[in-house]
Design a binder for this molecule. Structure first.
Ligand code: BES
Ligand code: MN
Ligand code: ZN
Length: 477
């Protein structure tokens, strides 16, 4: 269930609005059919309102035939960050209601609408509790701004839905169907086209990483390719690669239950790629974009790969698999090598819930970006800042690459022992081997892919991290 809340735009406060939100900064519209009996400034002083973003002062007002409410909301310094907080607070206060009319603040209405809608996201299988507000009417807002906010919020919600779906439903084949569905909704041949490799085709095509990770599962792997071509000829071709592990049990290097139970979201990177490809046409992105989602289920069984197996990745490089729980890099390596060999991209960006170690380094609010290209790293960090999917650049420490040497294969998939440590860094170094000479960036979103709180624009569970930063980067010049 994505965001069910409708978003409307009107010029003036609807006469029948029984719940109205007004920013502190604006005087009440005298045409409003509400009588506060006291001036707004006195009211706010009475409640000792500070005007901080997220603060709300609720005032009952006499309405025709009963009592209505006005929510005065603070907007802090009016920055995009503050407006997001304010919008989420307003939406949340309207939970359970049919509608709310929100007089929009000065400033970036796109981020305001986006956050207001994201705060209405919920995922429930069964009887829903108190539902988010059914409709938000943005009063005095720029239509195009609200439209963009709505498209971005819907894309984030799609990524969350895919990641929140239980793995009993979400097999690699199911994920491929959802991806193809997105392509069809974008107008098929006009905007986005899709291609899916099944297990046999992966074997025949030499995708040894996907085959090895998938072979322990009753649900076989898929490689999914989505291609977006803009209406105007593009000068740049970007490839996005997403990790699509529909469930990561660890394989024979089995995870303990506490670590395993969150691993249905191990395809969050792939979900972000699907959602981004689903929104590019609507946003009129000027670049050619190819999405690759490397999807498999990592399970232990009599047919599973073993720690110590040697596999051959796409393109011929051999890897000694010393830990089957370092599976993400194996499926991503195939996709990166395929992109380099076959797609001739100008830039490759992969996104993956790759390592628990990055949560130790950066926590739950900031994702990691690694890159061989300083410009690209900066572009992504900047886009992260403005889109609110915050990224911090991490170093590719050359010396640590020695940890991935294998005595019997070209590479090992994990460091044996911990001479170097830095698990997220060594994972990034492993991926770099397969990106060729392309301008490449890797986003490790293991820390930010899930939220433990239901707060602001976040709901418990999948966050949809990556959708906003990638859309920002791909659609803003
Ligand atoms: N999917 C996990 C990473 C992860 C951990 C994502 C926690 C979200 C939350 C990944 O496949 C994994 O298991 N990584 C191992 C790597 C190790 C075996 C080198 C890890 O982080 O422990
Ligand atoms: Mn794993
Ligand atoms: Zn994983």
């Amino acid at each position: 269930m994505p965001i069910e809340t409708a978003a409307l735009v009107v010029a003036d406060v609807p006469a029948d609005a029984d719940l109205l939100a007004v920013p502190y900064s604006s005087e009440l519209n005298p045409a409003l059919a509400v009588d506060l009996h006291v001036p707004v400034a006195d009211l706010l002083a009475h409640y000792e309102a500070k005007g901080e973003a997220g603060e709300i002062v609720e005032v009952p007002v006499a309405r025709e035939g009963g009592v209505g409410r006005v929510l005065f909301y603070g907007v802090g310094d009016g920055s995009p960050r503050a407006l997001r907080r304010a919008a989420a607070a307003v939406s949340r206060r309207a939970r359970g209601r049919e509608g709310i009319a929100v007089v929009v603040p000065d400033g970036d209405v796109t981020v305001f609408a986006e956050a207001a809608l994201l705060a209405c996201y919920f995922f429930k299988i069964g009887t829903p509790g108190k539902k988010p507000v059914a409709a938000i009417t943005f009063v005095g807002a720029d239509e195009q701004g609200v439209r963009r906010g709505r498209i971005v919020a819907r894309a984030v919600a799609l990524a969350r839905d895919l990641a929140n779906t239980p793995a009993s439903v979400k097999t690699p084949a199911w994920l491929a169907d959802r991806a193809v569905e997105q392509a069809v909704e974008q107008g098929g041949g006009q905007g986005v086209t899709a291609r899916v490799w099944d297990e046999e085709q992966l074997k025949a095509g030499g995708f040894g990483g996907l085959v090895a990770v998938g072979m322990g599962s009753a649900n076989p792997p898929r490689l999914i390719q989505l291609s977006y071509t803009p209406a105007e000829p593009a000068t740049r071709h970007v490839v996005l690669v997403g990790k699509g592990i529909t469930f990561d049990s660890g394989g024979l290097s089995l995870k303990p239950t506490a670590n395993m139970k969150t691993q249905k979201t191990d395809m969050a990177g792939g979900a972000a790629v699907i959602a981004v490809l689903g929104a590019l046409a609507e946003l009129g992105a000027p670049v050619r974009v190819t999405g690759l989602i490397a999807s498999a289920e990592n399970m232990p069984s009599g047919t599973a790969q073993r720690p110590s197996d040697v596999i051959t990745q796409y393109g011929g490089r051999t890897v000694e698999v010393l830990n089957t729980d370092a599976e993400g890099r194996l499926v991503l390596a195939d996709a990166l090598a395929y992109a380099d060999a076959e797609l001739d991209p100008d830039v490759v960006v992969d996104i993956a819930t790759l390592t628990g170690a990055i949560t130790v380094a950066l926590g739950r609010d900031v994702g990691a970006v690694y890159s061989t290209d300083d410009d690209l790293a900066k572009q992504l960090v900047d886009a992260g800042q403005s889109s609110d999917d915050k990224l911090w650049r991490m170093p590719l420490i050359e010396d640590y690459a020695a940890g991935l040497r294998s005595s019997i294969a070209d590479l090992s998939n994990v460091e044996i022992g911990s001479t170097y440590g830095g698990g997220s860094i060594t994972a990034a170094l492993f991926l770099r081997e397969f990106a060729g000479k392309r301008s490449w960036a890797h986003l490790d979103i293991a820390g930010v892919g899930r939220s433990t709180v239901d707060e602001g624009v976040l709901a418990k569970g999948a966050t949809g991290f990556g959708v906003r930063v990638l859309l920002e980067w791909l659609t803003k010049p």
